[in-house]
Every structure is written in C-alpha cells, then in structure tokens.
Write a protein that binds this ligand. Structure first.
Ligand code: FRU
Length: 492
C-alpha cells in the first residue's frame, strides 16, 4: 500500500492522526475487510480499551497505529455504538505526544465520574511503564491529566518495565485498579491498587503471582460480578499448554471465585481458557443499560503472520458476546442485537449426512449458521466452510478424540508463527455430547469464523483467508443427521 508520509519531524498527535486517516482511507484494499466486525480504518489495531458506557452510548477505544499495518507507537483509536454491530468512527482519543507517554499510550480502561469520562491508560516512556489519566467532558475530546501511579508506587523489587493495562472498577464505595506486572521474582502478576478519587492510589496486594506465564506477564486484567460470582479475566503471556488448552502463544483465561478487594485476595473456584480457537486476546467487558455483561476481544494473536497487512490494515475485534455463568462455567453467546441484521432465512430439517452434503442456498461468507447434529455412527462429522476446489476450513466432531476440531490447515494461506507455538492451524476443545447431539452456531464475516458450541458452552474463534464461499456437511466412518439448520445472511 502506498501511503502519504505520516508526520514530519516524528511528532505524533490526535489531529495529525485524524488527518492521516482521512487522506489514506481509500488506500486500504477492501478484499479481506469484515462487514460487521470492528476494524481499524487504516493501519494497525490490537487490544480493546476503555470499553464502557458514557454520554448515552457505548464506547470502544483500541490500541491503534494509524501509519502502517504493524504494531508501533500506540494511540487510542475510538468507536462508538448503540448496538454492538454498527460502529461509528470517532476522532482519535489519545496519541503518544507527552513526556510520559512518548513511546506509547498502552492499554487501559474507562470510568465515568461526576459526569466526566476518564481514561486510565499505561503511559510508556523508554523502559518505564506508569499509569495515567485523561478526561473528557463530551466523550469525544480528551485532555491528558498525567501520571497517577508512578514507578515508585510499585512494590519493592518489581520491575518498572512491565506494569500495565489498568482496569478500574468501583466496589464498596472505592475505586480499585488491577494492573498486569511482574513480581520481585519475575513471576507474572496482577497488582491491586485502591483510590477514593482516581488520582491518589495505594497498593493493596498481589492478586496473583504465577510462574506459568513463561514469557512475560499477565496482560489486560478485567473484573466484573456475574450470576453470583466474581470474575477475573486476564491474558497471560506464554501460559503453559495443558492438554488441549492454552495452545496459543498468549492465552486468555477466566477465573470464577470470590474477590476480597479490601485484602486483595481472589479465591479461585474455577479457572479455564476463554476461547479455544486461534485468534482471541485481551478481552474487556462492560455492563449494558439492561444489565448484560458484554465482552469484546482482539480477534488476532501475537507473533503470527498477518495476511491483511498487504491490504493496509491489521487486526479486528470479535463480535461482542454476552456472558453468563451456568454450572460453574462461563457461557458466551453473540450479542442478541445481531439478530436484527438477519436476512434471507433458509431452513432445513432432518437431513442424513453422508460423505458430502451440499444444501441448496447454504453458502456464503457473511452469514450465520445455527444447526444441531445427531452424531449418529460417524467417526467425524461436521462442516466445511470457505470452500473452493481443494481449499476449505473444517469444524467437526472427532469421536476418537472426543473433541470439536477447528482446522484451517487447508485454507490456502499459510500463517507462519512463533517457534514456541506448536502450530497455528488446528485447535480442538472438549464439549458435552449428551444424547450423541452437538449444536453449533457459526458466524462468518469475509475473513473470520466464530463458533459457539452447545449454546455457548465453548467458543472457537479464528481468522480465515480464502476466496471460497462453498459450504458442505460431511460425515466420515458412518452417517450422521442434521436435525435442523437455519442460515441467515448478515447484512449491516
Ligand atoms: C496486549 C498488550 C498490552 C499492551 C498493549 C500494547 O496485547 O501487549 O499488554 O498494553 O498490548 O499495544
């Protein structure tokens, strides 16, 4: 992609970023662009930031580098939405233009206080990471207020190089802040601070110290209460693989338990991976006006080859998900608002699946599929998506391993990955297959595939790069039955 020179003299700013966006929008090649997922207008996107409600809208900020499709000096881009499906691009909120954040405005959260929207972010200068505030009175323009947790407020022996991603929340009349960091022994850690006014913070405790983060820290903590549990989310770097879990080079996990915020102790009852696919990281949540907990996450993964970079952009967000806790598990389902965008319904019932079943009018790459499989006698039964000639992406149940598999090894584009990652093409999860049945809800959006299994018991998310749009059901080593199938085009 040919772009105009970003900044003269190397200084960044929000206005310069916005001018650059306007002048370079047309240079982004549309070929892999999603239609109902958040993407950067140009350049690079990673973590969601400051996901929250203010001034009558939902706000999503994100890690943004406008001037090229790779990670660099981090800005905060900004979108707003009413329904989590249609997004409005807002002016860039933060640029790395201050003395304390000249090397990046890293991830963080937002909080409304006295009618103002505060952003709490990590300011990076050289090897020093500190926590800073910015404020807005209109939800559009932000004024930086400077560092509120400097390095000398780290517990003794903790390195100032890794201290980031503040999540602020209110509980029991005080503000609390969780940040990722390293302990004095270099273990991945989550630190808790407390404040009465957002400006003065006191260290409370290490909520977690853990040597399983083999290549860094716990990034991007998030916290909320849901269905009688306290829930902590975090994204550990280099979390050790356990059987089929935590196979990505960086993972995202949830903990269910009880949080004593005054002592800074989280008693964990359940710990698990949030998403069993390839591309899911750094989730954040908000509470909607009607009481739902909605989660968004970066739909990419570090240390991989990014095929859309050649089109002038990299990174996008998952379709936001509603969360619930049932039977001690975190359930995830797409926001219900997506159902307003369903078009051209197609229905099938009771179809025997053999080697290869193509169903009339069931194809496409901007679609939702909901179906239930009776697994029958098949050894492998599932669906091929993004199919064209030799190429496809497969989601299927493998009886021998008793797992659901997401296989993108035949999509025709190679995703190179970090040497520490086993592969970037096959993931699998265990789900219940009671009564020999399995249900799937799948969303495709040009270059993505999000799979919700058994009403949200597990999810698998992956990017797909392909120009095929064929869909085929298949069963191997026996037969199976498609109990029912509903397909919709998603048109936004
Ligand atoms: C996670 C992360 C954060 C950091 C940000 C920088 O993906 O590494 O820890 O704040 O990205 O862009």
């Amino acid at each position: 992609m040919k772009t105009k020179t970003p900044v003269s003299g190397g200084s960044y700013g929000t206005k310069i970023a916005d001018l650059y966006i306007v002048h370079n929008l047309a240079a982004v090649n549309g070929s892999s662009r999603h239609t109902y997922h958040v993407m950067p207008p140009v350049g690079w996107m990673n973590d969601p930031n400051g996901f929250g409600e203010a001034f009558g809208k939902y706000h999503l900020f994100y890690q943004f580098y406008p001037y090229g499709p790779s990670w660099d000096s981090m800005h905060w881009g900004h979108y707003t939405t009413e329904d989590f499906v249609k997004w409005k691009l807002e002016p860039t909120a933060l640029a790395p233009d201050g003395a304390d954040d000249c090397d990046g405005c890293f991830s963080g959260s937002s909080v409304v206080k006295d009618g103002k929207l505060y952003l709490v972010y990590t300011s990076v200068a050289g090897d020093r990471q500190t926590q800073s505030l910015a404020v807005s009175e209109d939800g559009v323009h932000f004024e930086k207020l400077g560092v509120v947790i400097p390095s000398d407020q780290l517990p003794k022996g903790c390195p100032k190089t890794d201290f980031r991603d503040p999540k602020v929340f209110r509980r029991g009349g005080s503000y609390f802040l969780l940040a990722g960091g390293l302990s004095e022994k270099n273990e991945g850690a989550i630190l808790l601070y407390r404040s009465e006014d957002l400006f003065h913070w006191t260290f409370v405790n290490f909520v977690r110290k853990d040597a399983r983060t083999t290549r860094g820290t716990y990034e991007c903590p998030d916290f909320f209460e849901l269905d009688g549990y306290d829930v902590l989310l975090a994204s550990p770097q280099g979390y050790k693989t356990e059987d089929w879990r935590y196979e990505n080079v960086q993972s995202s996990i949830y903990l269910l338990g009880k949080f004593d915020e005054t002592r800074g102790v989280f008693e964990t009852a359940v710990e698990d991976e949030i998403d069993g696919g390839f591309d899911f990281y750094a989730p954040q949540t908000l509470q909607t006006r009607d009481g739902r907990t909605v989660m968004i996450a970066w739909m990419q993964m570090w240390q991989r080859f990014f095929p859309t970079a050649k089109h002038g952009w990299t990174g996008s967000m998952i379709l936001p998900r509603e969360l619930a806790v049932k039977d001690g598990k975190l359930y995830q389902n797409p926001v219900r608002e997506i159902e307003r965008y369903r078009w051209n319904p197609v229905h099938f019932g009771n179809v025997t699946i053999g080697n290869r079943n193509e169903l009339t009018k069931v194809n496409g790459t901007r679609i939702e599929l909901c179906f239930t499989l009776d697994l029958g006698t098949a050894q492998r039964v599932g669906i091929k998506l993004y199919q064209k000639g030799e190429h496809d992406v497969r989601i299927y149940y493998d009886r021998e391993r008793d797992r659901v598999v997401f296989d993108r090894s035949r999509m025709g584009v190679e995703i190179t990955h970090d040497a520490e990652e086993k592969d970037a093409v096959i993931r699998s999860v265990k789900v219940s297959t009671e009564r020999n049945m399995l249900s799937m809800r799948i969303f495709l959006d040009v270059s993505s595939c999000e799979v919700f299994l058994n009403g949200g018991e597990r999810t698998m998310t992956g990017n797909v790069y392909s120009d095929g749009d064929g869909i085929t059901f298949f069963a191997e080593g026996g037969t199976a039955r498609l109990v029912c199938l509903d397909k919709y085009d998603i048109v936004v």
